[in-house]
Design a binder for this molecule. Sequence first.
Ligand SMILES: [Zn+2]
Length: 230
Amino acid sequence: MRKDIVITNQNIYNFVEEKAARLSSQLYRTIKKSPKDRGYFAMIVGSSCSGKSLVLIKLSELLSTKSKSQNFIFCQPLVDRQDILKDTIRSRTKESITATSFSTKAEIENIFHDYDIIAVDEVQLIPHGLQSFFLRELHLFLDRGGFFVCAGLDYNSLGGEFIFPALLKTRSHRVHHLQSLCSMCGKPADRFDQRLVNGKPANVNMPDFAGPTDTITYEPRCSDCLIIQK
Ligand SMILES: [Zn+2]
């Protein structure tokens, strides 16, 4: 059985929760006022502990309680990581919602064909082999007037960008940047997470993608405190 490690022992700050509540309300208002024949694509990026998943969870709650008639789905890629649960979007606040995990082109096609409002978490983890198909379906969905919002990391722990989120940012109508606080100096951390291996900064030659384990951990850091070990 998969060991359900708590994502990290870090909690998110009150200002993060307040910003998540404001942004989810803003997205909900955008959905309400968007013309039915005009697609809209919003993207939420930021470091870990910045409230990205929490925005989606709160938006789901708003849609569930206020817009029962609307046809919406919350989903995320199915990946084999200890911090990503199948069919669940979970925040550091421990709040969670039921979500649909997808791992095939057929599942992506069904999602984009069957719903009017689609939210996807952890977009940086969409496997490379599905990205082109996902982007094609997304554009067809937007052409049909759908509302799409996705959340994810746009920068990796080695100081570079995750390629798929970088591309999605160029296609979105609006990018919302969220912040946490640097675990070293307390300044805003809006991009990076430091990868630590047994508590020490990871080497640049490690893979771009490596989920948290007993030895690998992540913490938000500002650009001054991010250490890329060469
Ligand atoms: Zn710092």
